[in-house]
Each structure stands twice: as structure tokens, then as C-alpha cells.
Design a protein. Structure first.
Length: 189
């Protein structure tokens, strides 16, 4: 709902901010865009995996885009139409799969979900890995272990440690390392 208001009336005073529980409210009055920007970047309740580097609140509580991810791109994706951004990007099944494979062992959960955790030697296609600053190098390290234990003929590793996890989806193309590096990988496969 916050994204819907931010998309349709970004510079109008937020009607939602005052209706939020006190501990979730921004520290001062904000616009609709200000509320979305505050939640996506400045709120102490925002998880790092769900944040963007977009900008900042100005003195009037409106959002100023001055970083890699324009807030209107986030608002458009999150406002719908259905499915909204998080629904296609992070479906519930992915959460279940990740929880089951966390131990990287043939557990009962993995078997119930039909996950094959020991098939790296069967993988024989090129791999593209893009790493943000979210996990401090663990994505590339994990991918290198997969490559070492597979038949992957070629791996391309790209990274931008200044990006958040969602910046890779929403950052302006001119400031998005994923958009710059992925096409070359796709052309080469």
C-alpha cells in the first residue's frame, strides 16, 4: 500500500504514516515517497536484504533520489500489478528450499521438498554469479566451491559491494553493475 501511494502521489503528505504503529513511524512528517524511501533505506526496522540505496529525506520530509536506485522504480515494482515485486522475486517456496538446504545435508526436510543436494557433478552449464554487499563475499566463495565440484566449463563472477540485494533489481541501468555484466555473459553462452 505504501508503494501504491508513492507511485500515484509521491509528493503529497503521507496519509499512512500516522496510521502506523508508533514504533514503525518515521521520526517526522513525510510525503508518500518519503515514507517508502524511509522504509526502504532509513528505518531501523528494515532488514539489509530488503533495503535499497536510493537517497534521503529532505527537510520537508520528501524523498530525494541521489543514489543508485530511483525510488519510483521500487514503487512501480512494489505497487503491482500482481504479482508485486517481492512476490515474484522471493516466492514462499524459495524460503522453504533455503531453510531445508541450509545444513547442506540430506535431511528429512530436503527429502520432503524433493531437493537434490548432491548433484553438483551433474551440472555442466556456464555459471554467472553476481554478488552484492549483502553477505560480504560469501556468494562468490560458495559459487567457487560449486564450480570446483562440478563440470561447469566456465564461470563469470561479477560484484558490486556498494549495492544492496535489491539494488541489483532496481538500480538505474547506468549505475547497475549487474545490467552491465550480465549481457556479455549471456551473449557468450
Amino acid at each position: 500500500m505504501i508503494a501504491w501511494y508513492a507511485q500515484r502521489a509521491p509528493h503529497h503528505p503521507s496519509v499512512l504514516a500516522a496510521r502506523l504503529p508508533e514504533h514503525l513511524r518515521p521520526p517526522r512528517p513525510v510525503t508518500n515517497a518519503g515514507l517508502l524511501g524511509w522504509f526502504m533505506q532509513e528505518s531501523p526496522h528494515t532488514h539489509a536484504a530488503l533495503s535499497v540505496r536510493s537517497g534521503h529525506l529532505d527537510a520537508a520530509g520528501d524523498w530525494v533520489d541521489d543514489n543508485m536506485t530511483p525510488l519510483h522504480r521500487v514503487a512501480e515494482a512494489q505497487a503491482g500489478p500482481e504479482p508485486a515485486g517481492f512476490e515474484w522475486y522471493w516466492p514462499q517456496r524459495l524460503s522453504l528450499d533455503l531453510e531445508a538446504v541450509d545444513a547442506y545435508a540430506d535431511t528429512e526436510s530436503a527429502r520432503i521438498l524433493g531437493l537434490r543436494l548432491r548433484h553438483a557433478r551433474d551440472v555442466d552449464v556456464p555459471l554467472y554469479v553476481f554478488e552484492t554487499g549483502l553477505d560480504k563475499g560469501t556468494q562468490s566463495a560458495a559459487a567457487r566451491r560449486v564450480v570446483a565440484n562440478s563440470r561447469i566449463p566456465r564461470a563469470t563472477y561479477a560484484a558490486d559491494p556498494t549495492m544492496t540485494h535489491l539494488d541489483a533489481l532496481f538500480a538505474a541501468p547506468a549505475r547497475n553493475e549487474l545490467v552491465r555484466t550480465l549481457p556479455a555473459f549471456l551473449r557468450s553462452t
